[in-house]
Design a protein around this ligand. Structure first.
Ligand code: SF4
Length: 265
């Protein structure tokens, strides 16, 4: 949670890590009330490119809407997991090529893009550009600059439920829709994975997600609903299999109903 700039500054002041509404921005009132510039390593990593190529050279690197390069952590079902520095705007396919691609017998099923509060894209997401605008349109975001490659043995519903639970646990507690709403959202995910969905669970999930995002105080709340909503958007068949047929196509979830039935037989 200390990745948010006002929280980081509060941590440095020895206070509880909760974000502040902006403005005033930290450049006006930051650490100990003084104007403060807060930059991540990514910004400093751009300095050599700017010094060597000048402003024009830097502007020519990357996407039209966002110049420069980005550090991407690639993990999961790839041949060579690691960190790559690529220009903003290159496709996710090009980034996976840098990591050696997806080796057999793995098959690309999904891409978790943006970290624990990122979006889960289908395999077609390979053609999406790794930049803020393209990822936002696809239902993900640059976030921590990570791509996790998910293969056919994983259940995206289970993954989304686990990520939502993690995000609920990470909420600092300042905003009620985030503090309580994410917990309710995580419970919906758990019910679906456990084979105990209620009626209209998907409607409840999407409505609650929209309410949570609409009341967001910080990016955590804006992004934490992405995992489950992207499963609704891209993996409806797999979601319906859990809800309607009480089965997990990947064989990961253990629906309680099936377990009970097994115990009876
Ligand atoms: S949105 Fe969530 S993480 Fe952000 S301030 Fe509110 S409770 Fe904390």
């Amino acid at each position: 949670m200390l990745g948010e700039e006002t929280v980081l500054l509060k941590g440095l002041e020895g206070k509880r890590g909760q974000p502040e509404q902006q403005p005033p921005y930290t450049t006006t009132r930051g650490l100990f009330g003084k104007p403060t510039l807060v930059h991540g390593p990514q910004t400093f990593a751009a300095v050599p490119t700017i010094l060597s190529g000048g402003i024009e050279g830097f502007a020519e690197t990357g996407a039209r809407s966002f110049a420069g390069t980005v550090l991407v952590q690639i993990s999961g079902a790839v041949a060579q997991p690691g960190v790559a520095e690529v220009p903003f705007g290159v496709t996710i396919r090009e980034i996976l090529d840098v990591a050696g691609g997806v080796p057999a017998p793995h098959k690309l099923k999904a891409l978790l893009v943006g970290g624990p509060s990122g979006g889960i894209l289908p395999a077609e997401g390979l053609s999406v550009g790794f930049d803020h605008d393209s990822l936002a349109k696809a239902g993900a975001y640059v976030g921590s600059g990570s791509i996790v490659v998910i293969d056919q043995h994983s259940c995206v519903v289970d993954l989304a439920a686990v990520l939502t639970r993690f995000c609920a646990d990470q909420a600092c507690g300042k905003t009620i829709p985030c503090r309580i709403g994410l917990r309710r959202l995580a419970e919906i995910g758990a019910r679906i994975c456990e084979g105990q969905p209620r009626d209209d669970e998907i409607t409840r999930l999407t409505d609650l997600s929209a309410d949570i995002v609409g009341s967001a105080l910080c990016d955590h709340e804006r992004r934490a609903t992405l995992a489950l909503t992207s499963v609704v958007r891209y993996f409806r068949d797999e979601l319906d299999a859990h809800i309607v047929r009480n089965t997990c196509p990947a064989g990961i979830c253990q629906p309680k109903a099936a377990t009970r039935a097994g115990a009876v037989s």
